[in-house]
Design a protein around this ligand. Sequence first.
Ligand code: HEM
Ligand SMILES: [Ca+2]
Ligand SMILES: [Ca+2]
Length: 302
Amino acid sequence: QLVENFYGSTCPNVEAIVRQVVATKLSQTFVTVPATLRLFFHDCFVEGCDASVLIASPNNDAEKDAPDNLSLAGDGFDTVIKAKQAVEAQCPGVVSCADILTIAARDVVVLAGGFPFVVELGRRDGLVSQASRVAGNLPEPNFDLNSLNAMFAKHNLSQLDMIALSGAHTIGFSHCNRFANRIYSFSSSSPVDPTLDSNYTQQLLLSCPQNVDPSIAINMDPVTPQTFDNTYFQNLVRGKGLFTSDQVLFTDPDSQPTVNDFARNPSVFNGAFVTAMRKLGRVDVKTGNQGEIRLDCTRFNS
Ligand code: HEM
Ligand SMILES: [Ca+2]
Ligand SMILES: [Ca+2]
């Protein structure tokens, strides 16, 4: 029930307003890009794309307080909150926070060099945001192909969509503890994951020494960390996937052909990514008179 021009008569400038805020924020910090994109994903996989992840609770029991969401960078939240304020100034009470997050997630991809695409709009903001409802709904970096497929399939996303969306790891950062097992304690016969490229392993050992400061984060794409491109897939072919869940896309024969295809053909990746992002944006959306149009993205209206 989402449509591309949902605010055509009620807030015709919404996309321009959001883009302006996102561009300004990006000029202040690059983290705006990965933080906003990941925020969109984490929102959609819990209660659907409904801005549930943005709610702040005085008791620290909202979705954003769940362990799986604690590493969401603040700049993503800040981007949406600022964009909402700018939109409210021109079209009060009309545009949902869920739609603003969707537009902003598209904008950061495009501003980082990704392929332009049109988003569907008309989402309403959710009325539920609970930390306790997060566990088991977001993929973990040690997942294998079957677990990844199963989790995405619950939201009508195919293996092809899942692989394309994993391409989001072409930008952004990870903390060392998310992959430390691959370089220090992989198995009894080998501390290092044998699917890891040896030069890359050395690089990771240097960036993430044992007992490293837990706040240290490293680039997930060691080659073009600030460009939204298909280099992520080229890295996988070369054994430079950061997480088990990244590298498995190449090592599993079932997904390897797609990785090779995306690595060789940027336009094939771009097309698949856009299709998958639009599908991700439809996950469990509330429309019509469901939910509400939040006035402040961090609070329910009442
Ligand atoms: C396929 C399963 C996925 C797994 C297991 C996974 C896991 C992770 C992990 C562990 C991090 C590092 C967090 C940290 O230490 O700070 C991360 C970062 C990130 N993920 Fe994923 N992710 C997956 C899919 C996705 C999808 C579908 C998207 C978006 C479409 C996405 C976008 C990002 C971005 C942009 C970052 C960087 C965040 C930043 O720099 O602030 N990921 N992911
Ligand atoms: Ca949500
Ligand atoms: Ca890149």
